[in-house]
Ligand binder design. Structure first.
Ligand SMILES: C[S@@+](CC[C@H](N)C(=O)[O-])C[C@H]1O[C@@H](n2cnc3c(N)ncnc32)[C@H](O)[C@@H]1O
Length: 216
């Protein structure tokens, strides 16, 4: 069955994707018969055109990176969609929401359908997950004593943990961290948007650990 386009799927003036499959249908069960018949307008890279969602997730699962991303959500942070979308783009192992379970999916642009998402009621539960899976907790905030991410070595197996707009990282998150990193700023604002900070730090991990010859 064709997946319904969500409110944030790419629709409207600039239609993306491809129309109905031309020629004999491929004999491969990764392909979705409905997408082959009607076309594929989803927000996915071209190599996954016409693939079933489960087949796409399985393919990414085989090559996900060992960094996880976590964001605190005690006050319904509106940046989480952006964080999920960027984590998807960089093939993060999973995204962890810490605090409230509900989050605004608008900014995710439907990428959450291809991403593993976990919920933890508090930082303690996230820390237990990290310990169980051998992940260092790298907290991200511009707090005193933080190491500049521009020069810090990021552990390969880790959770990058972000705070929310307003309060920033909770004291529990700072306490649980094996390492705290900050992003250098030079202007007047106290901090940057948490979604932007997440993109910068995820990319710092990519620069240190990813095999760029495997990028799309
Ligand atoms: C808007 S900031 C909040 C608080 C900030 N500590 C303050 O002094 O106002 C929200 C989150 O974005 C991330 N962030 C924003 N600017 C950052 C920076 N320069 N370095 C590291 N993280 C940053 C952190 O994860 C932070 O918890």
């Amino acid at each position: 069955m064709i997946e319904e386009t969500g409110p944030t799927e790419w629709v409207g003036r600039h239609e993306v994707g491809v129309g109905p499959w031309q020629g004999p249908w491929p004999d491969d069960d990764r392909y979705d018969p409905d997408l082959l018949e009607h076309g594929d307008r989803r927000n996915v890279v071209d190599p996954y055109r016409y693939w079933r969602r489960e087949a796409i997730v399985a393919d990414v699962d085989a090559r996900r990176f060992p960094f996880h991303v976590a964001i605190e959500n005690f006050q319904h942070d509106h940046n989480i969609g952006t964080v999920v979308r960027t984590a998807n783009a960089f093939a993060a192992a999973a995204v962890h929401i810490v605090g409230k379970r509900r989050w605004n999916r608008r900014g995710a642009m439907v990428t959450d359908r291809y991403q593993h998402l976990h919920h933890h009621v508090g930082v303690g539960e996230l820390a237990a997950f990290a310990a169980e899976h051998g992940l260092a907790i790298v907290a991200v905030d511009n707090t005193p004593g933080a190491r500049p991410v521009e020069t810090a070595e990021l552990p390969r197996e880790c959770v990058l943990l972000f705070g929310q707009e307003g309060p920033g990282l909770s004291p529990e998150a700072q306490e649980a961290a094996d390492l705290v990193v900050s992003i250098a700023q030079f202007g007047t604002t106290r901090s940057i948007n948490a979604g932007v900070a997440a993109g910068i730090v995820m990319h710092a991990w990519i620069r240190q650990h990813a095999d760029l010859s495997k990028a799309w």
